[in-house]
Design a protein. Structure first.
Length: 502
C-alpha cells in the first residue's frame, strides 16, 4: 500500500473515531451538566478554533517545510533546528494567550457570556480553566503539523485517537464521581491537554533524523520563511474567524441556553470536517512535494482524485442530516426540545459546512504551491462583508439568521473563488472539478436520500428509524462512489481483488 493511501486510511480511522467520541459522549455531558453549562463547552471549542490561528502560520509552515526537506538528505540538521526554533515561539505564544484569558476571565463572564442559571463565579472559574487548558495544549498544533509533514500520520492518529478517548471517558468519570459541573469538566481537560501536547512532542522529536549536533534555536530559519508563514497565517486566521464568526456573535446575542442548542447543531455540522480532514491531511505534504513545474501533471491528477474522494466522503452524510434533521437530533440526544429547536439551524449549517469542506482542497493546493495572496484576500474580504451581515440577521432572526449567512457565504466561495484559484495552477481543470469531482456525487445523494425522505413511514419506533436511516446512508454512499469515476475505479478494483482466490 502506498504511503498516501496508508495515510488516508489512518486519517480516516483517526478522524472518524475522534468525531464519534464527541458525538457519542455529548449527550452524556448534556445529561450531567445541562444545556447552559454545555454552552460553555461550545464557547471553549469556538475560542480554541479562533485562537489557534495566532500561531503565525507556524504549524502549516512546519508541515510544508518538513515535507519538502524530508526528501533532501543534507537537510537533516536544518529540520531539527527549524523545529526547535518554531517550538520556542509556539510555546511562548501559547503561554501569553493563556495568561491573557486568565486575566480577563471575570470580564468575559460578566460582559460577554449571559448565564441565566449559572453564577458569575462559576462561569469566571470555568473561563479561567479554559485559558489554562488552551495555554498548555497550544503547541500540539505545531507537533501535529510536523508529524503530518514527516508522513508519520499513522502514529499521529493512533496517539491522538487514544488520548481523545481518554479525555472523553475521563471527563464522564469526573462528572459522575467528582462533580457534574463545568469547572470539574475543564479541570480534567487541562490535565489531558497537557498530556496530549507532551506525547505528540515526544513522538515528533523521535521521528526526526538524528544528527551529530544538538538542535538549536535559529531565528534566521524563521526569518527566511516569514513571507510564506505570514500568508498562511492570514489565510488561517481570517478563514477560522469566518468559520467561527457565527458562534462568536451568537454567544453574545443569544441567551446561553439558546446558544447551547445552536452549539449542538454546530457540533453535528462540524463533524463533516472529520470526514474531509483525512484527505486534506494526507495529500497536503504530497502537494508540496509535487509543486515544481516538472511534476504538474502528477499534481493535477492527484488533486482531482482527492477532490472526488472528499466529495464522496462528505456529501452523503450532508444530505442525510440536512433532510432528516429532527430525526437525527432526536435519536442522538434523546431530547425532543433539542430536536425541535435545532432542526432548521442544523439543515442550514450542514449545507454551508459541506460547501466549506469541499473547498478545503483548493485552498490546500494553493498553500502547498506557495500561493497565499488569493486565499488571504478572499478570507479578509469575506470577514469584512459577512461579519455585519451575521450580526444583522442574528439579532433579527436568531440562530437561523446566522446559519443562513454561513450558507450564502460558502456558496459564493464555491461558485466564485474556486475557479479563481484554479487559474493559478496549470493542468488543473475547473470544469472537471464541477462536472466530474463534485456535482455528480451530490446529485446521486439528493436523488437517493430525497426519495427516502418521501417514502419514510410515519410513527416508527426509534430502533426502526435508526435502521432505516442507516440503510439510506449506506445506499447514498454507494451511489456517490459509483457516480465519481476515480472512486468507482477504486471500488471496482477492490471488489475484483476481494473476489480473487487467496
Amino acid at each position: 500500500m502506498s504511503t498516501i493511501k496508508k495515510n488516508i486510511l489512518a486519517n480516516l480511522v483517526g478522524k472518524t473515531w475522534s468525531g464519534l467520541v464527541w458525538l457519542v459522549f455529548l449527550p452524556v455531558y448534556l445529561q450531567f451538566m445541562g444545556v447552559e453549562a454545555y454552552g460553555l463547552i461550545g464557547f471553549y471549542l469556538s475560542l480554541t478554533t479562533v485562537l489557534v490561528t495566532l500561531d503565525l502560520g507556524l504549524s502549516t509552515t512546519i508541515n510544508r517545510e518538513l515535507a519538502r526537506l524530508s526528501v533532501q538528505e543534507e537537510k537533516r540538521e536544518t529540520m531539527r533546528n527549524l523545529l526547535r526554533s518554531a517550538e520556542g515561539v509556539h510555546w511562548a505564544i501559547g503561554l501569553v494567550i493563556g495568561g491573557v484569558l486568565v486575566a480577563v476571565a471575570p470580564l468575559i463572564a460578566r460582559y460577554w457570556l449571559t448565564p441565566e442559571n449559572l453564577s458569575l463565579e462559576a462561569v469566571r472559574d470555568t473561563v479561567t480553566l479554559i485559558g489554562l487548558t488552551i495555554a498548555f495544549q497550544w503547541p500540539s498544533a505545531l507537533y501535529t503539523g510536523g508529524l503530518s509533514g514527516l508522513q508519520r500520520q499513522v502514529l499521529l492518529n493512533v496517539a491522538s485517537g487514544t488520548i481523545m478517548t481518554l479525555r472523553a471517558v475521563g471527563a464522564v468519570l469526573v462528572l459522575w464521581l467528582v462533580s457534574p459541573t463545568a469547572q470539574a469538566f475543564f479541570a480534567w481537560q487541562l490535565f489531558a491537554g497537557l498530556f496530549h501536547t507532551a506525547t505528540l512532542g515526544f513522538f515528533l522529536w523521535r521521528s526526526l533524523p538524528q544528527t551529530r549536533h544538538r538542535s538549536r534555536f535559529d531565528i534566521k530559519l524563521l526569518q527566511g520563511l516569514w513571507r510564506y508563514s505570514s500568508g498562511a497565517w492570514g489565510i488561517g486566521f481570517f478563514g477560522t474567524l469566518l468559520g467561527q464568526m457565527d458562534k462568536i456573535i451568537l454567544s453574545a446575542v443569544l441567551p446561553l441556553a439558546a446558544f447551547g442548542y445552536y452549539s449542538v447543531a454546530a457540533l453535528v455540522s462540524s463533524s463533516l470536517y472529520y470526514l474531509v480532514a483525512p484527505v486534506t491531511s494526507s495529500v497536503f505534504p504530497r502537494f508540496a512535494q509535487l509543486g515544481n513545474p516538472q511534476t504538474r501533471d502528477k499534481l493535477a491528477q492527484t488533486y482531482h482524485k482527492s477532490c472526488q474522494l472528499a466529495a464522496v466522503a462528505i456529501l452523503p452524510a450532508t444530505v442525510l442530516v440536512a433532510l432528516f434533521p429532527s430525526e437525527i437530533l432526536g435519536l442522538w440526544t434523546r431530547d425532543a426540545q433539542v430536536a425541535q429547536e435545532g432542526r432548521i439551524v442544523l439543515s442550514l449549517l450542514m449545507a454551508g459546512t459541506a460547501l466549506s469542506a469541499l473547498i478545503q482542497l483548493p485552498f490546500y493546493l494553493q498553500l502547498a504551491s506557495g500561493l497565499v495572496k488569493l486565499g488571504f484576500y478572499t478570507n479578509l474580504l469575506s470577514v469584512i462583508v459577512a461579519a455585519p451581515c451575521m450580526y444583522f440577521f442574528a439579532t433579527r432572526y436568531g440562530a437561523a439568521g446566522g446559519a443562513a449567512v454561513w450558507l450564502v457565504l460558502n456558496l459564493s466561495h464555491f461558485l466564485i473563488v474556486v475557479p479563481l484559484m484554479h487559474r493559478f495552477i496549470s493542468k488543473v481543470e475547473t470544469w472537471r472539478w464541477y462536472a466530474v469531482d463534485t456535482i455528480p456525487p451530490f446529485g446521486a445523494c439528493v436523488l437517493i436520500i430525497g426519495l427516502a425522505r418521501w417514502l419514510m413511514p410515519e410513527g416508527q419506533p426509534d430502533f426502526a428509524k435508526a435502521a432505516y436511516l442507516g440503510l439510506v446512508l449506506a445506499a447514498s454512499y454507494a451511489g456517490a462512489i459509483f457516480s465519481a469515476p476515480d472512486t468507482r475505479r477504486w471500488a471496482l478494483a477492490w471488489i475484483n481483488w476481494r473476489r480473487k482466490p487467496q
